[in-house]
Design a protein around this ligand. Structure first.
Ligand SMILES: NC(=O)C1=CN([C@@H]2O[C@H](COP(=O)(O)OP(=O)(O)OC[C@H]3O[C@@H](n4cnc5c(N)ncnc54)[C@H](OP(=O)(O)O)[C@@H]3O)[C@@H](O)[C@H]2O)C=CC1
Ligand SMILES: Cc1cn([C@H]2C[C@H](O)[C@@H](COP(=O)(O)OP(=O)(O)O[C@H]3O[C@@H](C)C(=O)[C@@H](O)[C@H]3O)O2)c(=O)[nH]c1=O
Length: 289
């Protein structure tokens, strides 16, 4: 199967690229801006046709959560309208599609892990635009699924893990929010899950259009930071603070832990514990320095 990976220079796209050689049954075409802009429907359609693409993993997105609050138009274009383009091309050329979405489609008022059918209610522009993108896929007749993930990090690109390692070296002390709880996800584990799903012969959306994938376990951003400092061997005192003590342009859900039973049952995906994956990622970050 020949798979187009869009947004391939980002965290998830880079991790898929790193794993590609282990999947000899899959062929890949990696693309990103400026070569392939998913907002350009005609070029997208032409690119897919010329390259004889059979499936797409959409890793392209507008992921700047705070910036999205004032740059609504670009966030909407990339996270929603462009997903409509991908769905159009998938229907037009009979492609399979995996689209990635976020825990930020939930408002964070639940007290137990979110299942796929739980009502969404985004509280920020990023989450709202990602939800609109999901709707294109959910309503599509193409063989397509949405995989929601949360708190993604990688040895590639910029993310919370790298920010903490940097700030921890620069400062003696750091305040990190403890009243936002979710699950970190190593992008390499999500990349592997996507490729495992494509390696199976089953119809993608046989058992539903939405899946949840994160690592196992639960953490606050504070717990996550403490683990990053400990595993990264950075000597910095991390102090728990409340959301009100770290004002940001975008509101974030207080609780966004997701239930992963469906992806495990339907596709036989194994999910590593978040601290184990964090160790693996930090050792890769250290190797690369
Ligand atoms: N990061 C996170 O914490 C989380 C991410 N997700 C979702 O996971 C997916 C992957 O995220 P992640 O790998 O972190 O994202 P990144 O921000 O690391 O990568 C996104 C990539 O998409 C590219 N891109 C942006 N606009 C376009 C466009 N119009 N056409 C083609 N490519 C474009 C970006 O290019 P450029 O950098 O030049 O803009 C970048 O290379 C996204 O759907 C995201 O919403 C879900 C939960 C958590
Ligand atoms: C840097 C820093 C952040 N924080 C807080 C702010 C915020 O509530 C939380 C996480 O910060 P960030 O801004 O890095 O994370 P954020 O951009 O909100 O991360 C989100 O990105 C999008 C793309 C997603 O889809 C989500 O799943 C999630 O991963 O940590 C501190 O408390 N102290 C600090 O020093």
């Amino acid at each position: 199967m020949k798979i187009l990976v869009t947004g391939a220079n980002g965290q998830l796209g880079s991790e898929i690229n790193g794993l590609a050689d282990s999947y000899s049954n899959l062929d890949f075409v990696f693309s990103d801006l400026p070569e392939l802009d998913i907002c350009n429907k005609e070029k997208l359609s032409q690119f897919v046709s010329e390259n004889k693409i059979e499936a797409i993993i959409n890793c392209a997105a507008y992921t700047a959560v705070d910036k999205a609050e004032e740059d609504f138009e670009t966030a909407e274009l990339v996270n929603a309208t462009a997903v409509g383009n991908l769905v159009f091309v998938a229907e037009e050329q009979n492609l399979k599609l995996i689209h990635i979405s976020t825990d930020y489609v939930f408002d964070g008022t639940a007290h137990f892990p979110y299942t796929e059918d739980y009502e969404v209610s985004p509280i920020g522009v990023y989450g709202a635009t990602k939800r609109k993108g999901e709707e294109y896929v959910i309503n599509s007749e193409s063989e397509s699924i949405v995989i929601r993930t949360s708190w993604l990090y990688s040895s590639f690109g910029n993310n919370f893990v790298k920010t903490m390692l940097r700030l921890g070296k620069e400062r003696d002390e750091l305040g990190v929010i403890f009243d936002q709880v979710g699950t970190p996800t190593y992008a390499r584990d999500l990349a592997q899950a996507c490729l495992e799903i494509f390696s199976k012969e089953e119809k993608l959306d046989q058992k539903g259009k939405i899946y949840h994938f994160s690592n196992e376990g639960v953490a606050s951003w504070y717990d996550f930071s403490k683990a990053i400092m400990e595993i990264g061997m950075v000597d910095c005192l991390v102090k728990p603070i409340e959301t009100k003590d770290y004002p940001t342009p975008a509101q974030r859900p207080h609780y966004s832990v997701m239930n992963k039973a469906k992806i495990k049952a339907d596709f036989g995906i194994e999910v590593p514990y978040w601290r184990d994956s964090l160790k693996e990622c930090i050792s890769r970050i250290k190797e690369e320095v």
